[in-house]
Design a protein around this ligand. Structure first.
Ligand code: SAM
Length: 495
């Protein structure tokens, strides 16, 4: 990779401001001196910087073990070949869920208890999310999984930490052989019979052959989930949760999973691969969530491929969710996305679709971390709009991002991010909304500018252009949502 490209990637690296490692990344040298078992894995590069061999599973596992012990007082281990989590990375997802729970976008109606209760779909042998959520925030969890090794080791990891073990239940998901459906087509045991699938292998094991299907269904089958239940049939009738989270099996095949030779995070076939990949797995979570509705306040999942986000978002709206939120988890060279949705009625915000409330808006980003400057914020503005499908242009000499959104693009960001109550009059260009009313759109154009005030403080301004556009009333809401996103990314104190 060219140095320019590398620099740009590094600049984009963000870590949640409440993440323990946001200001203080793990100090390998210190850890090596405190934990002799870690010492053999640490080497020093010519410039004197300590590092580990990220392609050595034993090294990454020992790092995770000492980080969990040193920074979280957690005892932890996994057997060879199981997926080894990176602690700073996994903490970002926990803090994002924390943000969702504390926001008042949807009412706090589910939990009458003091304790937050979460459901970790596919907790793995490493049980990382329940361990972090319970130790950092006192949350209680049900962690589910399908494999015996995951269940055995997740339970071992819970029992090794008596101070939080009461907070975590590990639940085995039993295969439901009679209810494997592909878009309404019922498959019996012959399709999902696990005995026909080699469950033993790690990387390098052969991918099982496709189950035999009628040729016309074969291509569809690939893209749809078949396998053990995920939420429906695992969540009990009387159970309520504040959220669910999931790091899904991302890949469709082992070949695809094994493409990154730069790291050795382990991962058995069952952990990494699911027929149809993450798209099929998360689609099933969406379908299950539609049936479970208000049993969860927030449903969330990690998404490994940006190209799947759009598909999943449209699936969500097709399933009548009331709100969708997305985020980007960028750390080092890894980029993942988070998607969250709910069926609870959002707090209602009325917007005018014809008269802009304000043509100019601004806010300050204060107490920025040392390494975050105006360019980082500008890039975050660009990626926020790009992620939501709004064409925009970043001009790094004028420190501006120009956004111009068509009616469809505007519709998409508004639906993705904002619970809208449309009261606009019917018009020819209007489109139906969930409450039966209609909204008319035209082009929305605005400019976002970022100014350095004093070190650590930036002024972000938005100015509406083309004020007569019938959609210009959406400007202030879009700008506010962008503000929320930037604050969550950059500010330690988010007020
Ligand atoms: C990518 S791993 C994630 C493990 C861990 N949560 C982490 O973040 O490192 C996916 C996990 O989902 C599990 N899994 C696959 N299908 C499942 C299902 N239907 N219900 C529950 N867990 C499932 C796999 O066994 C595996 O442990």
């Amino acid at each position: 990779m060219g140095s320019k490209k590398r620099k740009r990637k590094e600049e984009r690296s963000t870590i949640h401001p409440r993440n323990k490692y946001s200001e203080n990344p793990p100090d390998f040298s210190q850890l090596a001196s405190l934990y002799p078992s870690f010492q053999p894995y640490v080497f020093y590069s010519p410039d004197g910087r300590p590092n580990i061999d990220w392609t050595d599973f034993n090294a990454t596992r020992e790092l995770t073990r000492v980080l969990l012990l040193h920074d979280h007082s957690l005892n932890w281990w996994i057997p060879d070949g199981q997926l080894c989590p990176t602690v700073p990375n996994r903490s970002n997802y926990i803090h994002w869920v924390e943000d969702l729970l504390s926001s008042d976008i949807i009412p706090h109606t589910i939990s009458t208890r003091d304790k937050v209760r979460g459901f970790d779909i596919g907790t793995g042998a490493n049980c990382i999310y329940p361990l972090l959520g319970a130790s950092l925030l006192g949350w209680s969890f049900v962690g589910s999984d399908v494999t015996d090794v995951a269940i055995e080791w997740a339970r071992k990891n819970v029992h090794s930490n008596p101070h939080i073990s009461d907070l975590i239940e590990i639940r085995k998901v039993e295969s439901n052989e009679n209810a494997v459906s592909v878009e309404g087509f019922q498959y019996g045991e012959s399709v999902c019979d696990e005995s026909k699938i080699d469950l033993g292998g790690n990387f390098g094991a052969e991918v099982p052959p496709e189950p035999s299907l009628p040729p016309d269904l074969r291509s569809n089958f690939n893209k749809n989930y078949y396998g053990p239940p995920i939420l429906l049939g695992v969540v009990r009738d009387d159970e309520k949760f504040d959220f669910c989270m999931c790091n899904p099996p991302f890949f469709e095949s082992l070949e695809e999973a094994g493409l990154n030779p730069k790291t050795a995070c382990g991962g058995s076939r069952e952990e990494m691969v699911c027929p149809g990949g993450e798209r099929a797995f998360i689609t099933r979570i969406i379908e299950d969530s539609a049936a479970l509705g208000h049993s969860f306040r927030w449903y969330t999942s990690m998404v490994g491929r940006k190209s799947n986000l759009k598909f999943l978002i449209s699936k969500l709206w097709a399933n009548a969710v009331t709100i969708v939120k997305t985020t980007e988890f960028v750390q080092g060279k890894t980029c993942r996305w988070g998607i969250a949705w709910s069926f609870l009625p959002p707090r209602q915000k009325k917007i005018s679709t014809s008269i802009p409330e304000k043509a100019n808006m601004s806010f300050m980003l204060e107490r920025l971390q040392r390494h975050h400057g105006a360019l980082h914020v500008l890039q975050a503005v660009e990626s926020y709009f790009t992620l939501h499908g709004l064409p925009c242009t970043l001009n790094s000499s004028s420190f501006t991002v120009d956004v111009e959104a068509s009616k469809d693009e505007c519709d998409s960001i508004l639906k993705n991010e904002l619970p809208l109550i449309h009261n606009g009059a019917q018009s020819e260009s209007g489109r139906d909304t969930s409450d039966g009313s209609s909204i008319s759109y035209d082009k929305l154009r605005f400019r976002v500018s970022v100014f350095q005030q004093i070190p650590g403080t930036l002024l972000v301004k938005g100015s509406l252009q083309g004020k007569s556009s019938p959609i210009s009333g959406a400007f202030s809401l879009i700008f506010q949502k962008m503000e929320e996103d930037l604050r969550s990314k950059f500010c330690i104190d988010k007020k």
